[in-house]
Design a protein around this ligand. Structure first.
Ligand code: NI
Length: 178
């Protein structure tokens, strides 16, 4: 397993649409999922899409275990939403590719999913609560969509300004570390 650098917005790679895994889930896909999980735990975060480590493929990892609970890694290959509730719920979202910024996003409260797991088996599952929030957030990444894109233009532009400034400050700090 290896840590991978996480792409930070605004980065054009985060805007691209990820391609499905064609054919079986292979050891190469599992190696990517292992790297993604390790990277997510180290960050730390609760969900990560492959494009966030620069791989434009429809793979997501997640672990919603609370602090003190044993790890509960989950893997989603080619996830699809088969059904979404009309009822929505707001949640204060953040993102490993959008550091330090949190804002409320409203999404369907419950969804029915189909995906392939780590072994490549097809699974159908209902999601609600934080699981529903997280899988919809991560699936947005597969379409090149960030949670910022769900906010008002004013909020999104202010967030992007903050991100650009943080990147510039980080670059200047590096220069000074010569
Ligand atoms: Ni995210």
């Amino acid at each position: 397993m290896a840590l991978r650098p996480i792409l930070i917005a605004p980065d054009p790679r985060l805007k691209q649409k990820s391609a499905p895994v064609e054919g079986p889930v292979t050891d190469a896909h599992r190696a990517l999922m292992d790297d993604m999980l390790e990277t997510m735990y180290a960050a730390p975060g609760i969900g990560l899409a492959a494009i966030q480590v620069g791989e434009p493929v429809r793979i997501i990892v997640m672990d919603l275990a609370r602090e003190g609970e044993p790890p509960a890694p989950r893997y989603f290959v080619n996830p699809q939403i088969l059904w979404a509730s009309e009822e929505t719920q707001p949640y204060e979202e953040g993102c490993l590719s959008v550091p330090e910024i949190f804002d409320e996003v409203e999404r369907p409260a419950r969804v029915k999913l189909r995906y392939r797991n780590y072994s490549g088996d097809e699974v159908e599952e209902d999601a609600e609560g934080l699981f529903a929030v997280c899988i919809q957030h991560e699936m947005d990444h597969l379409e090149g969509v960030l949670f910022l894109d769900h906010l008002s233009r004013l909020k999104r532009e202010s967030a992007l300004r903050k991100l650009k400034k943080a990147k510039k400050d980080a670059a200047e700090t590096l220069q000074h570390r010569l």
